[in-house]
Design a protein around this ligand. Structure first.
Ligand code: CA
Length: 230
């Protein structure tokens, strides 16, 4: 099977070299573009599975590159921002990016994000209508019984907890805002206080640990939540 294709769009040579190094070491086919225009051109011919996109590019803004990419390409986009305030702005814009990281980040973190994108894509490709189960290695979410099952251990979830965990699991590795969660899980964007999400997340964490599932439900600086496979 061909190695997944990763396109790095980054004008900082040192950052680009590091990203390329760790991604190639992880077995990916990596190309690099130093400007937005070059990146968009390369995306056309290379057809990347994942794009690592710097926000601050010398020609076109990374935000515009992201918009063009999501119109023309079905790659997952990981946006790289220079500082955390920039990340807040990005989240507020609700662009087509799939996830965000702030510099500096470790090579391991980058590889983990890319791997979770690729697993998610695999699941999306293999998804069947009305799927009854969602699997993470040896951990399984079962729709018929509303249970989380791992290695012979099983814990019952409430209907709401189940919808919440399924939504987070389908978006594995992607940061979901509280507003997105409320809209999708509660079908409500107005009446429910966002604190309600926090309460259900706490309950889910407890159940995840009851079956020792290798899942990590992290909260991201008061913005939202992300589920990662450990
Ligand atoms: Ca830059």
């Amino acid at each position: 099977m061909a190695a997944p294709r990763i396109l790095v769009i980054e004008d900082d040579e040192d950052v680009a070299r590091l990203e390329r190094l760790v991604l190639e070491r992880a077995g990916y086919d990596v190309r690099h573009a130093a400007t937005g225009a070059e990146g968009l051109d390369l995306a056309e011919s290379f057809r990347p599975d994942v794009v690592i996109l710097d926000v601050g590019l010398p020609d076109i803004s990374g935000l515009d590159v992201c918009t063009s990419l999501s119109n023309s390409n079905n790659a997952f986009v990981l946006m790289v921002s220079g500082h955390s305030r920039e990340q807040d702005v990005l989240l507020g814009l609700g662009l087509g990016a799939d996830d965000y990281v702030t510099k500096p980040f470790s090579g391991n973190e980058l590889v983990a994000r890319v791997a979770s994108f690729l697993r998610r894509r695999e699941r999306l490709l293999n998804r069947k209508e009305g799927e009854a189960q969602l699997e993470f290695g040896d951990t399984r979410l079962d729709r018929n019984f509303h249970t989380l099952v791992r290695d012979g251990k099983s814990v019952a979830l409430t209907a709401l907890e189940f919808r919440l965990l399924w939504f987070l699991a389908e978006a594995e590795g992607r940061l979901l805002t509280r507003a997105q969660i409320l809209e999708h899980v509660w079908n409500d964007t107005s009446g429910v206080p966002t604190r309600v999400v926090d309460v259900h997340v706490a309950a889910l964490r407890k159940k995840i640990s009851e079956v020792d599932a290798p899942l990590e439900l992290s909260s991201v600086r008061g913005i939202g939540y992300r589920l990662d496979k450990k």
